[in-house]
Design a protein around this ligand. Sequence first.
Ligand code: HEC
Ligand code: HEC
Ligand code: HEC
Ligand code: HEC
Ligand code: HEC
Ligand code: HEC
Ligand code: HEC
Length: 266
Amino acid sequence: MTSSGTRILRWLAAPSLFIAGCACLSLSSCSTVERTVSAPPQVEGATFVGNQACADCHTNYTRTFAASAHGRFHSDSPRLAGQTGCESCHGPGSKHVQTGGQGRDKFIVNPRKSPDTCFACHVQTHAEFRLPHHHQVLEGKLHCGQCHDAHGFDIHKPKGGLALSRLNETCANCHREQSKAHVFGHEALREGCVACHTPHGSFTQKLLHQRDVNLCIKCHAQTQTTAGDIVFGNTSHGAFIRRGTCWSAGCHTAVHGSNIDPKLRY
Ligand code: HEC
Ligand code: HEC
Ligand code: HEC
Ligand code: HEC
Ligand code: HEC
Ligand code: HEC
Ligand code: HEC
């Protein structure tokens, strides 16, 4: 069984804990991502009605949901109402249904307006957005849906995006300059923008994984010749590296690709 399969089973194996009414319980799992099971979003006076109740009016979502990352661990068990279905992100829907879909902002939660509903389970992600450098999701300038299609088959692309080119497509929607094709492209981009950047947040400027030579040497093998020198390709780099990062002025400033220089200098 895959590790994610195991994770889901463990997750589903915990319903008795929901019933115990725990507000915020951390489950350890085989992944490094910590998941927390907690209370779903609240809507005053409303109760859970289950996914079937949404199907009448939102077939476009209920149809695709089963194949989505969150739909795959959905259970119709009433004991799990609100924990695995539409209402785990949108809150209890009875009032919204009774009023025929009225009460935007009042009877139904839209995570586009607040990511809190996601953070109830994705504690680790919440922490990432609080790091010093981050995409401004908590500030309300971006929302999770611009990078994640919550209802679709592939959650790692924005809604309506092309699944096959998802690698850099998500980022390209907003960062054309770094994503466009270059005469001398940097092959690093074939592994995606996330080869060098964290998507949510980081301690380092420009959302980089590292802000020194380590960012580059994870792919560029170095040969150590004489003590204190480092060679990349056929060029001695020992003296360069002491001057600053690999992408400092005069070196490889065009990390995203260059139209004039194959060594990505400008
Ligand atoms: C009787 C029809 C009906 C049912 C049943 C229904 N909805 Fe809706 N829903 C609507 C209508 C109508 C709108 C408003 C569309 C608009 O204003 O553009 C809406 C809007 C929404 C929105 C957007 C709210 C916003 O603030 O932008 C969400 C989320 C939503 N529904 C979720 C659900 C969920 C989850 C269920 C099942 C628990 C459900 N709906 C059941 C008719 C329904
Ligand atoms: C993992 C969380 C999650 C689950 C589960 C979920 N949704 Fe959503 N839903 C979102 C997010 C995020 C948005 C807003 C961004 C977007 O449209 O992608 C949204 C928006 C909506 C909207 C409003 C669309 C609009 O144009 O404003 C409707 C309607 C909706 N969801 C219905 C459903 C139904 C029905 C289900 C169950 C079959 C469901 N959702 C399950 C996260 C979720
Ligand atoms: C009720 C708990 C819960 C809520 C609420 C929830 N998630 Fe999740 N989410 C999970 C679980 C559990 C998984 C793991 C599924 C798996 O491992 O395949 C998951 C998986 C994901 C993944 C894929 C992770 C991967 O490893 O590929 C993304 C992205 C994600 N969620 C985003 C969101 C967003 C965005 C929201 C809010 C709109 C949200 N989630 C709300 C429980 C939740
Ligand atoms: C700027 C785009 C972007 C935004 C906004 C964004 N994500 Fe992500 N998210 C990504 C990318 C890209 C990955 C895949 C990271 C990887 O493969 O290394 C990811 C991965 C994840 C994962 C899987 C675990 C992990 O960290 O790798 C979860 C869960 C998740 N995101 C939840 C969320 C939630 C919840 C929100 C909103 C609060 C959100 N994301 C907003 C781009 C984004
Ligand atoms: C919905 C639009 C949007 C998407 C999608 C998006 N970003 Fe951003 N990104 C922004 C905004 C807005 C800023 C802040 C710009 C600023 O502060 O000048 C930003 C900032 C950044 C920065 C830091 C710039 C700086 O000067 O500090 C990096 C790096 C970055 N994004 C990388 C990515 C990557 C990688 C992806 C894909 C996983 C991505 N972005 C997806 C909108 C987006
Ligand atoms: C090989 C590593 C690497 C890859 C892959 C990469 N970047 Fe960068 N990116 C950097 C570095 C290094 C900087 C910092 C440049 C600086 O500080 O002057 C940067 C800076 C940025 C910035 C801030 C604006 C700027 O140019 O300083 C944005 C936005 C950005 N990258 C987006 C992206 C996007 C989108 C992708 C994928 C298409 C991507 N990056 C892929 C290394 C990379
Ligand atoms: C994800 C892997 C990866 C990362 C990270 C990466 N590169 Fe690359 N880079 C490549 C590949 C693959 C090539 C093409 C094969 C080669 O020339 O080694 C390349 C080529 C280059 C070239 C052109 C070399 C030539 O002789 O034509 C330069 C310059 C370069 N990278 C600089 C950098 C710098 C600077 C960084 C750190 C900001 C970096 N790379 C990070 C994978 C990566």
